[in-house]
Design a protein around this ligand. Structure first.
Ligand code: GLC
Length: 431
């Protein structure tokens, strides 16, 4: 009964009906943000053709936070409903006990050629619990045509972004587009806000919430300043609705031509450049801004650097699968070079294989994979490694507090001080 209620919380995607669902050899869960589900279906179909096996695909909620609680229910029930799971880069520590060691099945060299930082991230107690599938880093999308028309360059600091966005927004509204907004980003209280706010804070020299040694670092003036600036955007250069935006809502506004700047992940590139897009050919991608000269760490003699949060997804095999070998074979196929190349070209999903960043076809499809290579390889990790299986609590505490600052319910300084107390409580209990 439990099993049934869990599966009904998901959407069976690609299966013709329940008889097919029952006869399939494996079930894989895939994300459905942007073109994700289509690309997953295509990749799975290629493996089916090659092996003669049948796979069911279930699509999971778009919000990483919701997806995690669904997986946690399925795995703690030791259910075999899903054999292969798409897992977020911040989850290996949380889910490791429920996942198989893939190097046991695929061999010690299974992850050779993949970025070492991701392999290390996915290796818990010497067990490779997930294979890297694609990596992610936050980038800044901008309207090339509008910036050119107004004679401005893409912003290097958040203060410049705030100014340029306000200026062009006012001019565009005056010219008749009263729906135009300066900046859209992910402001809903969920994992995506943790990613955005970490970028603001780290780029003001305000640290990474918890440092690599597990010390809580959030209570500092730079972090507070970064949050206050972000709060000033709401209702001015960003719609109030941004308090409820995930990736796809932000993309919707930008792609329909109603935003000057957007923070998003690389996947938004292929869609913004697609035939259905209103901004095709008018979009540029640069690294995210950092705190300005008299702001953040720079105000007291330190430095501010652009920071992109490290994101990305991996494929793991559930410990409760009845077909470990077959499931691992599907994982090896989907995370292999040919599939990563296809997904990079068709969907701008960043490969986890360094060699593909030198591939001409990949670079032609997503030129910023070359120009922003350093951004992808130096992205800032969320504190999932030092906080281990408390990461979910830490991130929830963080995004809820940040959301209150954005909503005007508390100041940046109040929020970082309260977060310090809340995180200390979590740390005392467990990490
Ligand atoms: C992207 C990232 C993932 C992150 C999520 C937050 O999917 O790849 O790591 O947790 O966005 O919304």
């Amino acid at each position: 009964m439990f099993k049934k209620s869990l599966i009904s919380a998901m959407v069976l995607a690609g299966a013709a009906g329940s008889s097919q669902a029952q006869s399939a050899d494996l079930t894989i869960s895939c994300g459905a943000v942007g073109a994700e589900l289509t690309l997953c279906q295509q990749g799975v179909a290629l493996w089916e053709e090659e092996t003669g096996h049948e796979v069911d695909i279930v699509s999971t909620p778009n919000s990483s936070t919701e997806r995690l609680s669904l997986y946690q229910q399925i795995l703690s029930a030791q259910s075999n409903d899903i054999d292969v799971m798409q897992v977020d880069v911040v989850w290996p520590g949380l889910l490791a006990n429920h996942l198989l060691d893939l190097s046991d099945i695929l061999g010690k060299d299974a992850a050779e050629g993949h970025f070492e930082t991701i392999v290390a991230n996915n290796t818990i107690d010497d067990r490779l619990v997930a294979m890297p599938w694609f990596t992610d880093a936050g980038v800044l999308y901008y309207r090339k045509d509008l910036l050119e028309a107004h004679g401005v360059e893409p912003p290097e600091t958040w203060e410049e972004l705030t100014e340029i966005a306000a200026q062009i927004q006012a001019a565009e509204r005056q010219a008749g587009n009263d729906k135009m907004w300066g900046y859209v980003f992910q402001g809903r209280a969920y994992e995506g806000l943790t990613c955005n706010a970490l970028e603001w804070i780290a780029s003001y020299g305000g640290g990474t919430i918890v440092d690599a040694e597990g010390e809580i670092t959030i209570d500092n003036a730079q972090a507070a300043e970064a949050l206050d600036l972000a709060a000033s955007w709401i209702g001015n250069i960003s719609p109030k609705g941004a308090l409820n935006y995930t990736e796809e809502e932000a993309r919707g506004i930008f792609q329909s031509g109603n935003a000057i700047f957007m923070r998003n992940w690389p996947y938004a590139w292929s869609l913004a450049q697609s035939e259905e897009s209103d901004v095709r050919g008018k979009v540029g991608v640069v690294k995210l801004p950092h705190g300005g000269e008299n702001h953040g760490a720079a105000a007291s003699g330190g430095e501010n650097h652009s920071a992109a949060t490290l994101g990305g997804w991996n494929l793991a095999v559930s410990r409760y699968t009845e077909n470990p070998e077959l499931a691992a074979d599907l994982v090896a196929f989907l995370t292999g070079e040919a599939e990563q190349k296809r997904r990079a070209i068709e969907g701008a999903y960043n490969p986890t294989l360094a060699s593909l960043y030198e591939d001409e076809e990949v670079l032609a499809a997503a030129p910023f994979f070359g120009t922003l290579y350093e951004t992808f390889t130096n992205a800032v990790a969320r504190p999932s490694a030092p906080t281990g299986d408390n990461y979910g609590r830490v991130s929830n505490g963080f995004f809820n507090a940040v959301h209150q600052v954005l909503s005007g319910d508390q100041s940046g300084a109040e929020a970082v001080s309260r977060m310090d107390s809340e995180l200390s409580r979590i740390k005392r209990r467990r990490w």
